[in-house]
Design a protein around this ligand. Sequence first.
Ligand code: BMA
Length: 317
Amino acid sequence: MQTITQPQPVTTQGGYAYEILKRHAANPILTADDSPVPARSIFNPGVTRYNGQYVMVANICQPHNPILFWIFRSDDGVHFTPDAQPMAWPQVDPTHREHCVYDPRITKIEDTYYLCYASQNQTGVRVGIVKTDDFQTFERVAMASEIENRNAALFPEKINGLYARLDRPFQGDGKHGMWLSYSPDLVFWGKSERVFPCRPGYWDGDKLGAGAVPIATDQGWLCVYHGIWANQNSKVYQLGVCLLDRDNPAKVIARGKYPILTPRKIYETTGFVSNVVFTANAVPNDEGMVNVYYGAADTCIGLAQATIEELLQACYT
Ligand code: BMA
């Protein structure tokens, strides 16, 4: 007779022990109440360090729906103050007159900061790129994809002489997973290759895409990404980690089995889109931790932390 063996857990620690990102006590660190203009929600921010400060570019969803990018600044990475004016947005691109922008990811390459964001109009969503040297003025670089593509995260350095990015084409309803593309100039993109697909039956079984801008480590590119599991009631967005080869990020060195952050606090499970944690930037701080900034339920902003070592370890768990 055939013996059927149950899949065994890979750890003997119970409860939420797998969830290695620890929420900051001040969570949620920003809500619509902190918005300088009428807002329904504030979420999915890009964050970087500039001139000794943390600079955040957040989605502010206005009551009538369009999203504004707004800059918030902080000395400690926890308490943020908004600028007096919305971010100075460059001229529209005549090839794609966007009516909505969202989910900025910030990458510093040499002395320039690039924002990769989702640019939406009636034809669909594309990857837009703008740049700045000072977080005062911004210049358009390119509409850097055809429709339908988004969740683009630029690597912080060239790889084999080319700019590189992770992104997520819509084909196959996102099931085809995370992709990698290269560019000589940030305008023309190609040499595209899939990094990894969804894992049926897992927390990232129904859709996934880049999350935070990759972090360079001596073991490879450490990437916090998002995965989606669809159930009867909702699509659950969680965060996980993977490690990609430094010279060829299409090569997966390790990919964690467990999510590292699961929506389970009330501000993550309840909101405009329930059961969502979604990140654009993970920023190493001065205390040896990585600050993972995340949108919670498309409604507010949370901060969760782990060490680089814990994140690397989670890639192998
Ligand atoms: C994704 C993006 C994010 C959003 C998430 C959950 O597809 O649109 O901006 O946070 O869905 O709604």
